[in-house]
Design a binder for this molecule. Structure first.
Ligand code: OAD
Length: 235
């Protein structure tokens, strides 16, 4: 095996979870075709009608709890276990926990996690797979009505950005898996990695909007294409 890449960053989007039976956002039957982003995923929507927003995530939570990782997640586990890089990091836009369930390491949930709740009063973050309601009390500061799903809504800052910026600037292989590349700043990560000298490769079912920034395009379901790619890297 040639130790070609010292630092690898893997950006993932909803497409990597599609073969686990989870809906993507922008497909015909995707979440954003059934719900308006303005009603369930903006900070204004949450301020206007927190119970409605909680209901949306309460409905989604059990589905994500049940979902199981697919061969694309397992391929990342294999890569992290066997490839002699200094660091292989996962930057995910997904709020599901399939990377964790597959045993992946070094995971940064830049859009938050479905199983985390943040208190807007004291900042305390706790984990739960249970329903949460607008009038619930924070288990830490005991103030009522301040709990929010720890999911980054449009209009909020992404999580771990400083760390991710450093990872992108220092990586020499950048993989983008199952993301449409339309939501910034994640859509711009490929540009940072490429400018800093990384080889860039995307895995998708179709051509994406920032396609020209990738050195290699691997078209097909990630559950098939990623294990093959990892196998090639491990030769
Ligand atoms: P999208 O729904 O925008 O895009 C999913 C991408 O995955 C598409 O480009 C599909 O072609 C591709 N895809 C589908 N099945 C695949 C498969 N089996 N293998 C490989 N690729 C596949 O989802 P994201 O790009 O993740 O943010 O969306 C980005 C953000 O927009 C989300 O994190 C979410 C949303 O608004 C928040 O909610 C904060």
């Amino acid at each position: 095996m040639t130790e070609k890449y010292k630092n690898i960053v893997i950006l993932t989007g909803a497409g990597i979870s599609a073969e686990s039976g989870l809906s993507t956002f922008r497909a015909e039957n995707g979440l954003w075709n059934k719900h308006r982003v303005e009603d369930v995923a903006t900070i204004e929507a949450f301020e206007r009608n927190p119970e409605y927003v909680h209901d949306f995530y309460n409905e989604l939570r059990p589905e994500l709890y049940k979902a199981q990782p697919n061969p694309a997640h397992s391929a990342i586990t294999l890569l992290q276990d066997k490839y002699p890089a200094d660091k292989i990091s996962i930057v995910t836009q997904n709020v599901d926990t399939l990377h964790e369930k597959a045993g992946n390491k070094n995971i940064y949930h830049i859009h938050g996690q479905i199983n985390q709740i943040v208190c807007l009063n004291c900042g305390h973050i706790f984990e739960t797979w249970n329903d949460v309601h607008a009038d619930d009390v924070c288990p830490h500061c005991h103030i009522q009505g301040m709990l929010k799903p720890n999911i980054v809504f449009f209009g909020e800052n992404l999580l771990y950005m400083e760390k991710v910026d450093t990872l992108l600037k220092n990586c020499n292989l950048f993989l983008s898996i199952g993301t449409s590349g339309v939501v910034y700043p994640a859509a711009g990560f490929v540009q940072i990695a490429k400018m800093c000298g990384a080889y860039t490769c995307e895995f998708n079912m179709e051509t994406t909007s920032n396609n020209y920034l990738f050195d290699r395009h691997i078209i097909g379901p990630a559950g098939t294409t990623l294990p093959k790619f990892v196998e090639e890297l491990l030769i």
